[in-house]
Design a protein around this ligand. Structure first.
Ligand code: SF4
Length: 258
């Protein structure tokens, strides 16, 4: 049952500008293939790798038509109460969002399902895809991202590389640094280099989170291992001003009203 707003924002995003959010999952809890220790949404209520339809193209079209008349945005971004690639109709939703808004479309994903052809076929329809890779082996994956039991580090990296090879849009890869993985920045940087994203985003949880963020000095230290790559760092990136917003309750729930 749909219990929360589909469209929210625009959010002032350090990676995308004025980002109008679309939640293709729309649950009161969180449905995700991961249960990251730093997740600002709280514990995953349903850990799943099963794709299904949560919201229809019609519902997204109606919500976006209403929102787009009221706000100024640079991009429409799929992100919300869980992992967007769990939406089986994500490809159709991306096309609907572009048609209604006339804006580029981005998807924020945890990268866990990119080994699946149907997921890659949906994601290539986006203009920007932001993936995630916080670890360099299975042990750290289980400690930090606490994935669904069917997922492995090798499968995730293979999926990232296959996606990279077939995607013509802008591919950003985020590394979220917390105290648990900051000592492995060199190993993580090597894997990131082998994937070859267009941009690497060095992040640490600045929204309310169960885990402490790294300090600017700590983040600067880990960032040195990524030298030579096209980098953007959360402490240094500019955030745009946004005016009128919609879906304020949803923004509070997602901790994106900052
Ligand atoms: S992948 Fe994102 S939504 Fe899922 S648990 Fe991790 S931080 Fe939360």
């Amino acid at each position: 049952m749909l219990v929360v707003a589909i469209v929210y924002g625009p959010v002032s995003s350090w990676r995308l500008g004025r980002s109008l959010g679309v939640d293709p999952i729309c649950q009161r809890g969180k449905i995700c293939s991961f249960d990251c220790i730093y997740c600002s949404l709280g514990p995953t209520t349903a850990k799943s790798v099963e794709r299904r339809i949560f919201v229809t193209e019609d519902q997204v079209a109606r919500a976006l038509r209403r929102a787009i008349k009221r706000v100024n945005a640079d991009v429409v971004t799929f992100s919300g109460t869980g992992e967007p690639t769990l939406a089986q109709n994500l490809g159709a939703l991306i096309e609907t969002a572009r048609e209604i808004s006339g804006l580029p479309v981005a998807v924020l994903t945890n990268s866990s399902l990119k080994s699946r052809k149907d997921v890659r076929e949906d994601l290539v329809k986006a203009d920007v895809v932001k993936g995630k890779l916080d670890v360099f082996n299975d042990q750290l994956l289980r400690m930090i991202n606490r994935p669904h039991q069917s997922l492995s580090f090798q499968k995730i990296v293979e999926g990232l590389k296959k996606f990279r090879a077939g995607f013509r849009g802008k591919f950003q890869l985020e590394v979220m640094f917390v105290p648990e993985n900051m000592g492995f920045s060199r190993e993580i940087a090597e894997i990131v280099r082998s994937v070859g994203p267009d941009e690497v985003q060095i992040n640490t949880p600045l929204r309310p989170s169960p885990t402490r963020p790294l300090t600017p000095q700590e983040l600067e230290r880990v960032q040195k291992d990524f030298e030579g790559m096209n980098l953007r760092s959360v402490y240094l990136a500019a955030k745009p001003r946004v005016g009128m917003t919609v879906g304020k309750g949803k923004m509070r729930r997602l901790k994106r009203s900052d």
